[in-house]
Design a protein around this ligand. Structure first.
Ligand SMILES: Cc1ncc(COP(=O)(O)O)c(C=O)c1O
Length: 440
């Protein structure tokens, strides 16, 4: 192999336990998204990594190989994606990719062993709730205490923690009511408790662009890469990212990743890495558009309530501001001239309550031109859904009522189309949905 030219990007990387890290922390988010894990191929010069479909790799003598033996254990495209993710999730040093966000959740919870106790935010993603209560409970005796981590005071969080509590599971903002958990506050309580539970943050909704939980003291960040990181609604995949000091935890989880084998394919890894290269651009546009749509909803006579933490009127707006990653804070600052009221872009998810109920909501979905009625989120295209009957339909009605998930609650995943087109679409669909009911 030809020696690497001094000053080339490759020259600026070192290997850390098999994971490459950029030596130049001053490289911005967008630079890292484009370059880390994407060195030109030394044998061909290809700027974009080739897709390595081989399941096995030649050994020049037993154990003498180039870092790859068998594709479940490690694959060049998965390793490249893991390098990208460990760099993008600020504060991260190691990343492990899995076949879905749910496989990632399963592997993390399996790592806790038998009869562990965890505390979870009460409106956790439905699939995570299902795994905790119906799989991990039966198979490994996992006990989960669900708690309103947004409002619980220190005494209430401490009361939920036990001597055998191994993990606190956070999502912020939560889905679909966008409740905000103050991550440093929960980390502080966890660190002071004698059981020293790990703090995991499912950062799927914010993506590594808007929030950096590892910089706020979290131990593990989890992503459904299916959503913003891949960003094109064509890959199902998940990952965890860990900070430098959790090397033993990383080794344990890597052992489980290989042993359980719920790993992504080379092609999916390649697609997700390609998607991640534009994460910063997409997230800025998702945020700008979501803010435009949220403002339009706020002005609409056909809307009872808008939930978007970036709006200055949101009751926990200041928590949202404090939670911004350093790169998102710079972006928000640069946008501030456009937002004299103090509102700012804060991801692409907006929820609102339509005047009326199920009938009006159904008419709204039928009337939108650009928002497609569909589950999932985080793709370039705008989506709309009714959580009560779709993503959260498996939650019992009484529980849904406590969480505020009624038949009038609509969740939007605001895409990166022209923002003004999206606003016009929402306005005309609301008119058709609610005025239609007034005429009826
Ligand atoms: C917040 C969150 N976490 C985890 C998951 C699970 O990810 P996947 O669908 O990739 O298994 C989802 C899926 O919607 C999610 O919204």
């Amino acid at each position: 192999m030809a020696p690497i030219a001094l000053g080339s990007l490759s020259d600026r990387h070192v290997h850390l336990n098999g994971i490459k890290k950029p030596e130049q922390p001053q490289d911005g988010f967008g630079t890292r998204a484009v370059h880390v894990g994407s060195d030109p191929d030394p044998s061909t010069g290809a700027v974009i990594p080739a897709i390595s479909l081989s399941t096995t790799y030649k050994q020049h003598g037993i154990g003498n190989h180039k870092g790859f033996e068998y594709s479940r254990s490690a694959n060049p495209n998965r390793s490249a994606l893991e390098q990208t993710l460990s760099s993008l999730e600020s504060g991260g040093a190691y990343a492990l990719a899995f076949a879905s966000g749910s496989a990632t959740t399963a592997t993390v919870l399996q790592s806790l062993g038998h009869n562990a106790h965890i505390v979870s935010v009460n409106d956790v993603y439905g699939g995570t709730f299902r795994y905790m209560t119906r799989v991990a409970k039966e198979n490994q005796g996992l006990e989960t205490t669900f708690l309103d981590l947004e409002n619980a005071d220190e005494a209430q969080v401490n009361a939920a923690l036990r001597h055998d509590t191994k993990l606190i599971w956070i999502e912020s903002p939560t889905n679909p009511t966008l409740r905000l958990i103050d991550i440093p506050r929960i980390v502080g309580i966890a660190k002071a408790h004698p059981s020293h539970p790990l703090v995991l943050v499912d950062n799927t909704f914010m993506s590594p662009f808007y929030s950096s939980p590892l910089l706020q003291g979290a131990d593990i960040v989890l992503h459904s890469l299916t959503k913003y990181v891949n960003g094109h609604s064509d890959v199902v995949m998940g990952a965890i990212i860990l900070p430098q000091h959790h090397v033993a935890l990383r080794d344990h989880l890597a052992f489980l990743q290989n042993s359980i084998g719920a790993v992504p394919s080379a092609y999916d890894s390649w697609l997700a890495q390609r998607g991640a290269k534009t994460l910063h651009l997409r997230m800025k546009e998702h945020g700008r558009n979501a803010l435009l749509v949220a403002r339009a909803l706020e002005k609409s006579p056909y809307v009872k309530e808008v939930i978007y933490p970036g709006l200055a009127s949101h009751p926990r707006h200041e928590v949202a501001r404090r939670s911004l990653s350093p790169h998102a804070a710079r972006f928000v600052q640069a946008e501030s001239d456009h937002n004299p009221d103090g509102s700012f872009p804060y991801g692409g998810m907006v929820s609102f309550r339509i005047s009326g109920g199920l009938e009006e909501a159904q008419r709204f979905f039928g009337a939108t031109r650009l928002f497609t009625l569909a589950e999932s989120l985080g793709g370039v295209e705008s989506l709309a859904e009714l959580p009560a009957l779709m993503t959260h339909g498996s939650i019992p009605p009484a529980e849904r009522a406590i969480l505020g998930i009624g038949d009038d609650l609509i969740r939007l995943s605001v895409g990166i189309e022209e923002g003004t087109d999206l606003v016009l679409d929402v306005e005309q669909a609301l008119r058709a949905a609610v005025e239609g009911s007034l005429r009826a």
